[in-house]
Ligand binder design. Structure first.
Ligand code: PMP
Length: 354
């Protein structure tokens, strides 16, 4: 692509062709049955390998679904600018998919996110607008998107924190895939655990699994150091990028969920490091936290409980962060008592798609 063609809107036929191609690269991930010993006792937990998506995170599902639906409903036009507020993975997903569909993309992002995220977004040809704490951080980013639309007009706002299509993406894809992949092994889920950023994953998968398995537990996970869900506001600091921003997003309905599980960020880092250097699963910090959250729930339900979680993204966005530094072990951490033995990849569900 050269500069002259970079922003040319695609024809409807070209657009359709790109949608078909991208759909093959998003979702339909393996479900990993991770074998380990916990304090010497053999255990298994299940994790969706979302780091294998097109841009390396679960957010590709949401970005793809929101854009596909907006096209279907005529709410986005070729040539519109896509503007989104994001802590990173969403920005990367909308940049890649938005640019592939011929759109300009502007990402408003708190200026304390990892450098890799900023560079990745730039590499896809999107524009980054850093937002400082003084400008309002996450909430400020959302406001700035809306101001751009008021000023410019031809702007599409995915609005991931409030868009029901975010939940729907997981209700239509992630949830059914998990159920089908467990069923292929003769299993049904006892619980699902997921860290909450926008809450799209926990709400969408939760709604689908609850409808099919009424007794299933659905637990949101948050960092112990910064319990936004439990307190309703921004408190403290944490290092699990992508979860627990500064507010409870409108799509999160806590009364539809089971208890919040709190995981220390240092333990999450140690767990993600272990998954990479023992099993070769290069996943991000929230994946380590989710794994520990799933273990916590299995502790409550019993050693054979089928507990499913998410490996949300890959480790490449964290090369400049504490994930690649030595992390001190603190009393109460669980990761040091986990010995990873291996994993089986439950085959992709290959569900029919609309
Ligand atoms: N982990 C990471 C690394 C993320 O980027 C996100 C999305 N912000 C999540 C977890 C949480 O996903 P959701 O937005 O669906 O709650």
């Amino acid at each position: 692509m050269n500069a002259a063609t970079a922003d040319a809107a695609l024809t409807p036929a070209q657009c359709l062709e790109r949608f078909r191609a991208i759909r093959e690269m998003v979702g339909n991930t393996p479900l990993l049955a991770v074998r380990f010993r916990w304090r010497g006792e053999p255990r298994t937990l299940y994790a969706k390998a979302e780091h294998l998506n097109l841009t390396g995170s679960i957010k590709d599902r949401m970005a793809f679904h929101i854009l596909e639906r907006a096209y279907r409903e005529g709410r986005i036009r070729p040539g519109d600018t896509i503007a989104e507020a994001t802590s990173g993975n969403t920005g990367i997903a909308f940049s890649a998919i938005g640019r592939a569909l011929g759109h300009r993309v502007v990402i408003y992002m708190p200026d304390w996110m990892s450098m890799e995220r900023v560079q990745l977004i730039r590499s896809f040809g999107a524009r980054i607008e850093p937002v400082s704490k003084a400008q309002g951080g996450f909430l400020g980013s959302i406001r700035l998107c809306e101001e751009l639309r008021t000023a410019q007009g031809d702007v599409f706002l995915p609005s991931q924190f409030s868009n029901a299509a975010n939940v729907e993406a997981h209700h239509e894809t992630t949830g059914p895939e998990i159920a089908a992949q467990l069923a292929a092994r003769g299993l049904a889920p006892d619980a699902f655990v997921a860290g909450v950023g926008t809450g799209g994953t926990v709400m969408g998968v939760g709604r689908y699994l609850r409808a099919r398995f009424p007794g299933v537990r659905i637990h949101p996970m948050e960092p112990a150091e910064s319990p936004t869900l439990s307190t309703g506001c921004k408190v403290g600091h944490h290092r699990i990028q992508g979860v627990s921003d500064e507010f409870i997003p409108p799509i999160v309905k806590l009364d539809a969920l089971d208890e919040v599980i709190a995981i220390p960020d240092g333990d999450a880092i140690l767990m993600a490091q272990k998954l990479a250097n023992v099993l070769g699963l290069g996943v991000g910090i929230s994946s380590g936290a989710n794994f520990l959250g799933a273990l916590e729930v299995q502790e409550r339900l019993g050693r054979d409980a089928v507990v499913v979680t998410i490996f949300c993204d890959d480790n490449k966005k964290y090369l400049s962060t504490d994930l690649l530094r030595e992390e001190p072990v603190k009393p109460g951490y669980r990761s040091p008592e986990i010995e990873l033995d291996g994993y089986e990849a439950c085959p992709r569900a290959n569900l029919p798609r609309a």
